[in-house]
Write a new protein. Structure first.
Length: 276
């Protein structure tokens, strides 16, 4: 799902895609709402997500969110999705587990009653984060869902209305074949990220990748070396390593899909996403 484009196109293209829709969102939207304010807000969030996925032709996710919307309309307790229900990359499990616990603790403490809109937003964006993390092919969208979740969670901690989150900003560093060292161009990107991070971004997500040339296990280790090389470079030029989130996927999430054993410079990369 192109999450960053979701709100911009929402409502503008619905009529154009209705004929080829995988779900009957109009019928869902007409459902009577029998739940409390939290479930009514959750209904709206899931309808928005379902429409976005439908417009992106992701029928599986569209059906999932449409079903969640119907449950919320009926006043049923959906709860945030469980990690075991999705195939989450190993490097992302710890963060998602901690985030889910934070959310469920807030809901158990009555956040759905005291701040229904924020609580519904947090749950929907957690589910969005989970979905994007499972698909694992759009680091910018993963970061956007995560950032939206974290922004909503601020409102559940008794804080006043938070400032609107900056949109995630993405950079890419490319590597030579079978290398994990930064060249001159990569170093220039690192300094550009340093300059951008000063303007209010609170964390940096680094994701390492490799092409399909060579052994799969070797490529996974190579992608780890690459992402650590970028993290170390950031530390050397003054970025706080505590703000850096690291994950690596070897050849499993290519920028360009290729056959096995293919050298591809676009896939030998580390993506860098600045998050609010």
């Amino acid at each position: 799902m192109k999450f960053l484009n979701r709100l911009a196109v929402l409502g503008l293209t619905g009529a154009l895609v209705a004929a080829c829709s995988s779900i009957d969102l109009d019928a869902t939207k007409k459902m009577p709402l029998s739940g409390d304010n939290f479930q009514k807000a959750l209904f709206k969030e899931y309808v928005d997500l379902a429409r976005s996925e439908d417009e992106q032709a992701d029928s599986r996710s569209a059906v999932y969110y449409n079903t969640r919307a119907k449950m919320a309309a009926a006043g049923k307790d959906t709860g945030p999705q469980d990690l075991k229900d999705r195939k989450i990359p190993a490097g992302a499990i710890a963060d998602l587990t901690a985030a889910r616990k934070k959310l469920t603790d807030a809901l158990a403490a009555g956040a759905g009653k005291t701040a229904p809109d924020k609580a519904a937003r947090a749950q929907a964006m957690f589910d969005c984060w989970m979905e994007q993390q499972e698909e694992n092919d759009q680091p910018k969208d993963i970061a956007a869902c995560r950032s939206a979740f974290e922004e909503a969670m601020k409102g559940l901690g008794g804080a006043k209305t938070a400032k609107k989150a900056k949109p995630a900003k993405e950079f890419v560093i490319y590597f030579d074949f079978n290398k994990a060292t930064l060249n001159e161009a990569a170093t220039a990107v690192a300094y550009q990220v340093m300059a951008e991070s000063i303007s209010g971004y609170k964390s940096i997500m680094l994701t390492g990748h490799a092409d399909t040339a060579g052994d799969k296990n070797y490529n996974r280790k190579l992608s780890e070396k690459r992402v650590n090389a970028v993290k170390n470079a950031f530390t050397e030029i003054g970025l706080d390593p505590a703000k850096t989130i690291v994950q690596f996927f070897g050849e499993d999430a290519p920028a360009e899909k290729t056959a096995d054993g293919v050298k591809n410079e676009k896939n030998r990369r580390v993506t860098i996403v600045l998050m609010q």
